[in-house]
Design a protein around this ligand. Structure first.
Ligand code: HEC
Ligand code: HEC
Length: 342
């Protein structure tokens, strides 16, 4: 059909109104708009801690991710040349092997209420990000304000091109909430999508029953109870090994540390707050026969009376370890949205 004057006019009118609409949107763009982001997690997870003052947005998460991978964050601070990701590598569930204090994984921290091995920061991810930004990296916001792209990215995420520590903290906290792992083989089993092998099932039974007693502290589904325990790594404690005691001064907390999640545990060697164990075999040997007594030893670590040995057979140990391997989440470890944006 050939266009008539009428249809041409109509098309022109449409163009004109479209142009006007564009002009209105240009003005509207100064009014700040963001894209809400809904965190994806299974029905058997509890509610994550998301403060009303920092709702998840696509723009905030994108910005937080970039900050996490950017060495600009550490410029002029004590960790010059480092990005957060330098010590927190996606392939290893956001850890790297180190000597000294063991790096904690960044996985499902949206559900965490205590942070760092001795829990010296409590609250939400905003609280621990304040520690990381202001005390650990000593971020100089001037470096970000002088950057050619960051002011526009903060404008998009928070409606302000002026970058402050508070906004850096908010963006990083949003990004940490996005680092959610819920598709390990064990999750797939929980969702009825797969079955476990007989050794894995035997390991699950040991983990989830009094035989191994692991579940009391490494509670489902997050594989942590968000609490602190002395698991008998030593009979007496000094230096950083005093753990939670350094924060509370309570004798009960001597030698107690945050229960780490066991998600992706096969990939985060070495193990324990000081990285003393190189393998899961060594960890299981500790729980099975190496627990040492002290006044603050967690009661869960002692069976009736003062017995501290689980006395697992070699086959039970092997099964328990094969179960721990089902907590590896390939989706999380290889998710391109969690990788470096650079
Ligand atoms: C030099 C290595 C290194 C760098 C760089 C680093 N971290 Fe860490 N991170 C660690 C270590 C080690 C721990 C455990 C420290 C402790 O508990 O005392 C840790 C623990 C954490 C925790 C606590 C996790 C939990 O389960 O309680 C958070 C959150 C965290 N880091 C965030 C960050 C952020 C954000 C950055 C960048 C601003 C960063 N880290 C940079 C080594 C590093
Ligand atoms: C009383 C609570 C408790 C019980 C029971 C318990 N754990 Fe732990 N687990 C912890 C705490 C706390 C830590 C960290 C201790 C430290 O670093 O000093 C830990 C650390 C670990 C680690 C190393 C984690 C890492 O990131 O370095 C593994 C693996 C582990 N536990 C597996 C198990 C298994 C398997 C069982 C059952 C046989 C078990 N746990 C029973 C509380 C417990």
């Amino acid at each position: 059909m050939r266009p008539t004057i009428g249809t041409l006019l109509f098309a022109l009118l449409m163009l004109a109104t479209a142009c006007r609409r564009d002009a209105r949107e240009d003005i509207g763009a100064e009014v700040h708009r963001t894209t809400p982001y809904t965190l994806d997690y299974p029905s058997y997870f509890p509610q994550p801690n998301i403060p009303a003052s920092n709702p998840l947005t696509q723009e905030g998460i994108t910005l937080g991710r970039r900050l996490y991978y950017d060495t600009l964050l550490s410029r002029n601070g004590p960790f010059q040349g480092f990005a957060c990701a330098t010590c927190h590598d996606q392939d290893r569930s956001f850890t790297v092997p180190t000597a000294g204090t063991n790096v904690l994984a960044h996985v499902n921290l949206a559900w965490s209420t205590h942070f760092l091995w001795n829990g010296k920061v409590s609250g939400t991810l905003e609280d621990v990000m304040r520690f990381e930004v202001e005390e650990f990296f000593q971020v100089d916001a001037a470096n970000l304000n002088a950057h050619p792209e960051y002011p526009a990215l903060f404008q998009q995420a928070f409606g302000s091109p002026t970058i402050t520590n508070d906004l850096v903290i908010k963006a990083l906290a949003q990004w940490f909430r996005r680092m959610t792992s819920s598709n390990s083989r064990f999750d797939q089993y929980m969702k009825g999508e797969t079955s476990l092998t007989p050794p894995e099932m035997e390991g699950a039974m040991i983990f989830l029953s009094e035989i191994g007693d692991c579940f009391h502290c490494h509670a489902l589904p997050l594989m942590t109870d968000n609490a602190f325990h002395n698991i008998g790594l030593a009979a007496s404690f000094s230096g950083t090994d005093v753990g939670r005691f350094a924060v509370t001064g309570a004798p009960m907390d001597m030698g107690a540390f945050k229960t780490p999640t066991l998600r992706n545990i096969a990939l985060t060697a070495p193990y324990m707050h000081d990285g003393r164990f190189q393998t899961l075999e060594e960890v299981v040997d500790h729980y099975s026969g190496g627990v040492q007594h002290s006044a603050s030893l967690d009661p869960i670590m002692t069976k009736p009376g003062t017995i501290t040995t689980l006395g697992l057979t070699p086959q039970q140990k092997a099964s328990l370890i094969s179960f721990l391997h089902t907590l590896t989440d390939e989706t999380f470890l290889t998710d391109p949205e969690l990788a470096s944006p650079f």
